[in-house]
Design a protein around this ligand. Sequence first.
Ligand code: NAD
Ligand code: UFG
Length: 355
Amino acid sequence: MAILITGGAGYIGSHTCIELLEAGYEVVIVDNLCNSSHISLNRVAEITNKTFTFYKMDLMDRAGLESIFARHPIEAVIHFAGLKAVGESVQLPLSYYHTNMTSTLILCEVMKKFEVHKLVFSSSATVYGLPEAVPIAENAALGATNPYGRTKLMLEQILQDLAASDERWGVSILRYFNPIGAHKSGRIGENPNGIPNNLLPYISQVAVGKLTQVNVFGDDYPTPDGTGIRDYIHVVDLAKGHLKALEKIKAGSGVDIYNLGTGRGYSVLEMIAAFEIASGQSIPYAVAERRPGDIAVCFADTEKANRELNWSATRGIEEMCRDSWRWQCSNPSGYEEDSFVLHELAAGNYHKTAQ
Ligand code: NAD
Ligand code: UFG
């Protein structure tokens, strides 16, 4: 039986594919590469030395998706694919609503048609809006402040309605806090297009000399050093959480919602200091205006995931920064072609690609 990974070429998806392959799962990936590169998949093949199947396909291609379900014995889906940039979602709301909502609806309809009822869904801590208190538990009040966040909230609701309609559905909604870091090999990592929006990719591009200084968005928040606090989680810990969620839904039904974070927050200035230590580089910064829509403090109550999934994040901030830095230094321009892996691909040793 196979696991279908949508968005498997992306940042979190590629790390999760490694964990699945190393755990012995058969993996089928669908990604239109709108925010990723096929090279990440070459490197997944290189790291794991395992085969998998990749389809370069848009999830909105219903007929194409049906042909994948017809061809592979898919038992569950991990659904990462979607658009994720908060600022862009404010500029391009129709694009965000269309892509995130329609692709998920089509995916669920095709799953239903092929009687595949197990789904792990990528949600986000953004669904907590302006949290009333921290740490944030799964039963905290919900609210979104931008179109991206609203797609996640609406999709969570749709999945709950779907599961309520047929008890064969088993859905795990995972609310990620702030994923950072990279695989320890330094071969895959986060590869943002253009100037990064998120803090860690920005810091690492300053450290490597691509950008001149970090703009610290506000130092007058009600936090110990005045800068925003977030719950940064190593992407490999996050990926491992998906395997635990998968095991749980395979055995049960209904909807479970879990926070995936560490339960600990770090400020912007603490992250800059940690990255300076990890990289040995000095990281200039300047305090700038607050970024509209940002909140002061956000970190997870992880007790439910610890207890019900038997999962907890084990990698600390030093390892997160060290692994991000290794990825950044060895791939200063992001993903570039590898002659070694392409040669192996041509020989058909690593993975098959179908249009
Ligand atoms: P990513 O952009 O690296 O990966 C998403 C992948 O989906 C990309 O490879 C992209 O090409 C693909 N994709 C997008 N639309 C598609 C479509 N219509 N058809 C097929 N493929 C499509 O993002 P990521 O950081 O790996 O995030 C994965 C998921 O986790 C997303 O749903 C995102 O909203 C969610 N999430 C991410 C974060 C974060 O900080 N990275 C935080 C919370 C939640
Ligand atoms: N920050 C800066 N300078 C920067 C970028 C960020 O000071 O150049 C600050 C922000 O103000 C915030 C912290 O660094 O205090 C973290 O900001 P990020 O942009 O890295 O992350 P956010 O918490 O704002 O949002 C991210 C994703 C959202 C997701 C959320 C929770 O972008 O999509 O984590 O998972 F919803």
